[in-house]
Design a protein around this ligand. Structure first.
Ligand code: URA
Length: 207
């Protein structure tokens, strides 16, 4: 198989494509979460998309199937995408953590910090035009802020990275798993989605 021929890079700085990054993460030993997980959940969707979504971490279903957002939250995410004429072939999806935290607990700050270089590199390689952060954990980690998700929704942010030529337009929205528990926040989330759709429309016209 072609994937077996990918060379394992020793330093994340040397990596410049997704196959190398996936192999690097699968071989990494920095984060103990990996020991308890069944899969390294890397990504799903279209790596050439200009829209990248980032969630928190795999849950039980994702850990079993090796793909992000395939459980109940994933089904709602698919509905959210279709509300703005998107689907998994039109976006690229990953998580801050590639491994499931045991019993779905929230990842702690050490685990998040250990995995940050992976998602930072992942964003750099995909280099999307629009980044959508799903929920407070992803928003805090990627935007390096302590501000809670309720204050981050409803506006555009910029994601900066040393290796990116220009900042990426970023939007944080409520996590679909949270929306399943608290459906009263769906309305405001659909407004966020509409603003994202407008931005995508502008982008499509200019390119
Ligand atoms: N929740 C997440 O944040 N990511 C997944 O992949 C699944 C559920």
């Amino acid at each position: 198989k072609l994937k077996d021929k990918i060379i394992l890079k020793n330093h994340i700085e040397e990596i410049n494509n997704l196959d190398e990054l996936e192999k690097y993460i699968k071989n990494s030993k920095e984060c103990k979460l990996k020991n308890a997980a069944n899969s390294t959940v890397f990504a799903d969707g279209n790596p050439n998309s200009k829209i990248m979504l980032i969630g928190e971490a795999p849950g039980a279903d994702e850990d079993k199937l090796g793909k992000p957002f395939v459980g109940r939250a994933g089904k709602l995410l698919d509905k959210m995408l279709s509300a703005i004429s998107l689907n998994r072939n039109k976006v690229y999806i990953s998580n801050v953590l590639p491994w499931r935290p045991p019993s779905n607990r929230e990842p702690n700050s050490e685990e998040i910090l250990q995995c940050m270089p992976f998602i930072q590199k992942h964003i750099e390689i995909v280099n999307p035009s629009i980044l959508i952060l799903l929920g407070g954990t992803a928003a805090k980690a990627i935007l390096t802020t302590n501000i809670g998700i309720t204050k981050l929704i409803g506006k555009w942010h910029k994601y900066n990275s040393l290796n990116l030529k220009k900042p990426i337009l970023t939007r944080a929205i409520f996590h679909p798993a949270f929306l399943l528990r608290s459906p009263q926040y769906k309305k405001v989330t659909w407004q966020d989605l509409q603003e994202i759709e407008i931005e995508i429309g502008k982008y499509d016209k200019n390119n």
